[in-house]
Structure formats: C-alpha cells, structure tokens
Design a protein around this ligand. Structure first.
Ligand SMILES: *Cc1c(COP(=O)(O)O)cnc(C)c1O
Length: 363
C-alpha cells in the first residue's frame, strides 16, 4: 500500500474518501438503472429523490427552522456576490447594504454589490493586512440597510468569525463558502447563508443558498432569472438543467457528515485538528502565524517561515512527503493548510511531524 496523500488545497478541496469510492462504484450503474448519474434527466424521479434527500439532510444537519428554504444555484460562491444584492437590495427603498471587509472575497463581494446599489463598508481590517475580524455590530448598520454582509471564514487570510454578529432586525448575509457545516450555527439569526460547494460540500461551480422565506420575492426588476431566488424556489432548484453531479455528490457528503455525528462532532474534530497545527506554530520560533490568535480560522491555517526560499522549500519537500497543495495564496505567501471537514486528524498530525522535522533540520 502507498502512503495516503493528504490534500491541503483551499478549493476544490479534499472530499471524504468513502464518498469518492461510492461515486466510483456506482458511476456506471446508478440505482441499478444501468446508466450513470451524469446521464439521467434532472427531471427524472430518481434525480428528484436525490434532491429531496439532500434537502432533508441539510435541514437535519443545519437544524434549519422551517421558514428557511434550500436552493442549489449556478455559478459558485462569487455568483452570489451579485445574487445577494439583486435579490435583497429591493427590500428597502434606499437600495442600501452594509458590508464588513475582512479579506479578498469580502472585498470582491462589496465591489460587486456596488454595481447594484449603495454600499457602505462599516469596518475593515485592511490596515492590518486582514489579520483579524473587526467588530461589526447592529449600531454600525443604518436602519435603511436592506442587509448586513459578512464573510464567515476568510480562506486566504486564515481568520474566522468565532460567532456571527447579532444584527437584530437587519437580515445577516453570510458567505460561508469555506466553513459551512464545520460547526453548529444558529441559522435563525441569519437571513441568507451561501456557500460555493467546492470546500465543504462537493464539486465546484455550484452553490448552496439557505434563505429565509420572507427574503424571497424581492428581486430587482433587472435580475436575470437564473439569479432570482424566487425562480429557484418555485422550481425546486430546477429552473433549467441543474448541475446534477454536484448535487448528487453533495448529497453523499451530507450523508457522510450525518454519519460522522453531524456538525457538533465535526466542530470538536475541527477544533482538535486546528489546535494540533496552531500548537506547533506557537511552540516554535521558526513558524509565524499570520492571523491574530483570537481570530484564527479552524479551516485555513496560514503561517510564514523566515524567508521566501524556506517557504518554497517547505512546500516542495512537503509534497514529496505526501502533503499536497500547502502553498499559501499569492497575496499572503507562505504556507496555508486548508483542513476542511473531510481532512482527517491524521493528516494534521502528519503535517505537524513534517513541520517539526523541517524546523529541526533547516531552522
Ligand atoms: C473560495 C471562496 C469563494 C470563491 O468561490 P467561487 O465558487 O470560486 O466563486 C468565495 N468566498 C469564499 C469565502 C471562499 O472561500
């Protein structure tokens, strides 16, 4: 047997091995139909059953209140940078929204939203290279705002909201692409939570959107149909040919997550995984974490070695040791270990062993 390769890529990212084995095993013969999941109609009863099952699992895993709807949308997470303002700005006459700016993706989100309405940046950690999550509270959001927007986990900078801010009467919108279902979340405190599938859910190019009932049906006149939440809702996410393979894969990942003990068990495991690596960083003078300790992410651990040459050598030698895709995003440099739900604790332990050995020989 070859040693396993652990995939620390930021996204598309590692998926549970058992899920990929199941996909392989039934790829040519889905449900004993003699045909593949990728060649059956999105309107077939067999695919509808997959969709229904995925809905039920999401509802159970998220402990979703009944007044929230589940949509599967095209275009990944960034399509929702347009989808959110197009659907929600019309809630109030000012067509205004308030954003927290905590990194690259939250910046892209507020720049995109400004194409459609009046966008306020209430707080930003730009001045400290996005190394923290600045305070964002209801009193920083004008009553005219249709919604308040946060990026739950900052994939590039390795920071994460430890809890979501309470926005009271203002709908809170969360880009949860890189930490959805990694821990329990009180969805009743949110208006919209969306996530590109490629980090904790499945394949890329598609997003899960969880939206409160009363926020559906207010899309601006010019909203393209395939961005309009009410169009997806009325058609059970099949306004046109959906990405059936992505939804099928996500359904299997949700089944796996339920069998792991759901988000409560996952949160414990994710905490242990992250602590394993952060402890190794904090114990050494060789590695330096880039995120402020109180705002550290449990999904993306970012750190620097003393020089660019050592960063590059670390990534190269790690790869030769079965530790794949550890290179940091070009904006931050250094090393980034993305340790989403499907990364086992053993992967983090193997990384830490490698870190200690590398520091011992190169430090
Ligand atoms: C990866 C990521 C995105 C980008 O997702 P796409 O599906 O490529 O658009 C957006 N937001 C966050 C927080 C991410 O981690």
């Amino acid at each position: 047997m070859n040693e396993p390769v652990y995939n620390f890529g930021a996204g598309p990212a590692t998926l549970p091995v058992s899920v990929m084995q199941q996909i392989r095993d039934e790829f040519l013969n889905f449900n004993n139909m003699g045909v593949s999941i990728i060649e059956i109609s999105h309107r077939s009863k067999e695919f509808e059953a997959v969709l229904d099952r995925c809905d039920a699992l999401v509802r159970e895993i998220a402990n979703l209140p009944s007044n929230y709807q589940i949509l599967y949308t095209h275009g990944g997470a960034q399509m929702q940078f347009s989808g959110v303002p197009l659907n929600l700005l019309g809630l109030k006459p000012a067509h205004q929204a308030t954003y927290a700016e905590t990194g690259h993706f939250s910046r892209l989100a507020n720049v995109e939203a400004a194409r459609f309405g009046n966008i306020t940046i209430a707080c930003s950690s730009k001045d400290t290279q996005y190394d923290r999550i600045p305070a964002f509270t209801r009193d920083m959001v004008s009553d005219d705002s249709s919604y308040a927007f946060i990026t739950g986990n900052n994939t590039i900078y390795g920071t994460q909201y430890q809890t979501y801010p309470d926005m009271g009467d203002i709908p809170l919108v969360v880009d949860a692409t890189s930490d959805i279902f990694s821990r329990p979340v009180d969805f009743s405190k949110t208006g919209v939570v969306f996530a590109g599938m490629q980090k904790n859910l499945g394949p890329s190019g598609t997003a899960l959107v969880i939206v409160r009932d009363d926020l559906i049906g207010h899309a601006l006149e010019r909203t393209p149909s395939l961005l309009d939440y009410s169009v997806y809702h009325k058609a059970h996410s099949l306004p046109n040919t959906a990405n059936t393979f992505a939804i099928y894969t996500m359904c299997l990942v949700m089944e796996w997550l339920k069998n792991q003990g759901g988000v409560a068990a996952m949160a414990k495991l994710n905490e242990a995984k992250a602590q394993t690596i952060y402890t190794a960083i904090d114990e050494s003078d060789f590695y330096r974490g880039t995120a402020h300790p109180e705002h550290r992410s449990r999904m993306n651990v970012t750190f620097l070695l003393p020089t660019d040459e050592l960063n590059a050598l670390f990534v190269k030698e790690a790869l030769a040791n079965g530790l794949y895709a550890l290179k940091g995003h070009k904006i931050v440099g250094g090393v980034r270990a993305s340790i989403y739900n499907a990364m086992p604790l053993a992967g983090c332990q193997k990384l830490v062993e490698f870190m200690r050995e590398f520091a011992r020989t190169k430090g």
